[in-house]
Unconditional design. Structure first.
Length: 503
């Protein structure tokens, strides 16, 4: 097992260290840091807008770049959270609590270095976790039939409802809407068109990129224009970027605990990295003999959450790589990118495309090294970028989005769909309906339908097949328990408290 793991990682490094892949990994982490720094331009919208560019790249290169954007954004979000109390990423919101106080106390450099070191250590350990867990999980997944896959997707959708921001009922409605939108197009079994309303352009279904960019890019622009205020950029003295010996000693245990929390929660569908950072902060405050220091510049309040959100971001790749099931909106984009490249996500990827599978895992460690070297020297540049008015940024983002969507099929209908879906996304956010479950439903809907129909054909129409197969029954029972637990009043109230803190 050990030898196999080393040989697999060696194969991955061979792929990841190719000059072409190194270049795009660097571009990915640089863009990720940039979108993490700039509030209102998240990794989901950025990856959605860059999907059309991946057509001209190899599958390995495109996935390495997109992954770099995702975990790079976790790094970038901490920079502005610490320096100007403005988290670029939601998962960095808790870092701002103590990080900004450290900056005000003249320890900005130490806070930034601790965040970078914590993220690097967590990223390295999480990469090893992925490398160790992926092969056995893939072997298990290869034993799954359509019945087990159907139940697994149901469990994934239920878990994403439970962990979605806000009302469970609204999250359920978003999942159902996503499933319905995923059914638009031509039925593969009968050749009949469904929900196209006579529009030939919809016969292949709704354009995935138009949906993703509209829901996350255009709607985010509209929301930011509505709430745009002048951003006050404070010029703080960074100070020494090396933490003191006492600060390093105090950071070690929180970094390791945060990594463990993030590695576990990152696998869960929904906001794994976000929940991990808050869970880590709560754990550090509870463990600390002096909890009153938290909120006033406690270095543990920076080290733990930063390690947790980075570990959570990386282990969220596990369900996508091994099962083909995305755990959040960004992973849904990655699945979309694989499908665009003609690769069917799932357990067969590891056996059929080991260079892609292990190359992506190895690139995460390479990307983390790049981020460690990038972040601290470029702090001044990132802060200066915040002075750019949003009114200057948004027209460029809109034009780039429209060109990207049009370039896929050279179809103006997709551009109109982009704008319409952007307004739909904006209205949904005004109604406190999170669009991420909708995207998960859209991506998983066709898979759910395909496995349901295959299972029913194999069982000659007997629905009891989902109960008589032990693994399928276990997954469905777990989904029911999950839904039952999160709807309990005591759990629901704690859940709402956590999400109120993230707002």
């Amino acid at each position: 097992m050990g030898f196999d793991l080393l040989s697999d990682l060696a194969l991955g490094l061979q792929t990841a260290l190719l000059p072409y892949n190194l270049f795009y990994c660097f571009i990915g982490v640089l863009l990720g840091t940039l979108v993490g720094v700039l509030p209102g331009v998240g990794p989901t919208a950025t990856i959605a807008m860059l999907l059309p560019l991946t057509f001209s790249l190899s599958p390995e290169t495109s996935l390495i770049m997109l992954a770099g954007i995702y975990y790079g954004a976790q790094y970038g979000g901490s920079t502005t959270a610490i320096l100007i109390n403005l988290p670029g990423e939601a998962s960095s919101a808790v870092t701002a609590v103590d990080g900004y106080q450290m900056a005000r106390n003249g320890r900005a450099g130490a806070a930034l270095a601790t965040a970078a070191i914590g993220s690097f250590v967590a990223g390295t350990i999480a990469t090893l976790v992925i490398a160790m867990l992926a092969p056995p999980l893939t072997m298990v997944a290869l034993q799954f039939g359509p019945t087990e896959y159907f139940s697994l997707i149901v469990l994934g959708l239920v878990a994403s409802i439970a962990l979605a921001h806000g009302s469970i009922l609204k999250a359920l409605a978003m999942i159902v809407l996503g499933l319905l939108l995923g059914m638009v197009g031509t039925d593969l079994y009968t050749g009949m068109q469904r929900y196209t309303f006579g529009h030939f352009e919809l016969s292949d279904g709704i354009n995935f990129v138009a949906l993703a960019v509209g829901l996350f890019g255009v709607s985010e622009i509209l929301r930011n224009l509505e709430h745009e205020r002048g951003r006050e950029v404070l010029t703080l003295k960074i100070g020494s970027v090396m933490p003191t010996r006492a600060e390093l000693k105090a950071s070690v245990a929180p970094i390791l605990r945060g990594t463990a929390i993030g590695s576990i929660l990152g696998v869960l569908p929904g906001g794994g990295a976000l929940l991990a950072s808050f869970a880590s902060y709560a754990a550090e405050k509870k463990i600390s003999p002096t909890p009153e220091r938290f909120g006033h510049g406690a270095i543990e309040g920076v080290a733990g959450p930063e390690a947790a959100n980075n570990a959570g971001a990386q282990t969220s790749f596990i369900p996508m790589l091994t099962l083909g099931i995305p755990s959040n909106a960004v992973m849904a984009m990655m699945v979309g990118a694989m499908i665009i490249q003609g690769i069917i996500p799932g357990p067969n990827v590891m056996t059929e495309r080991p260079d892609l599978f292990w190359g992506l895992i190895a690139s995460m460690w390479v990307g983390n090294v790049m981020l460690l070297l990038l972040n601290l020297p470029l702090v001044g540049l990132w802060v200066r970028l915040l002075t750019i008015p949003y009114q200057v940024l948004f027209p460029a983002i809109m034009v780039f989005s429209a060109i990207g969507v049009y370039s896929i099929n050279s179809n103006t209908f997709d551009v109109f769909a982009l704008l319409a879906l952007g307004f739909v996304g904006y209205i949904l956010t005004k109604l406190d309906c999170e669009p991420a479950p909708l995207l998960l439903g859209f991506v998983l809907g066709p898979l759910l339908e395909e496995h349901l129909r295959r299972a029913m054909m194999l069982s000659r129409g007997d629905p009891m097949v989902f109960i008589t197969h032990p693994i399928s029954a276990g997954l469905l029972i777990t989904a029911c328990i999950f839904l039952f637990v999160v709807t309990r009043p005591s759990i629901a109230s704690k859940r709402s408290e956590v999400f109120e803190e993230t707002d």
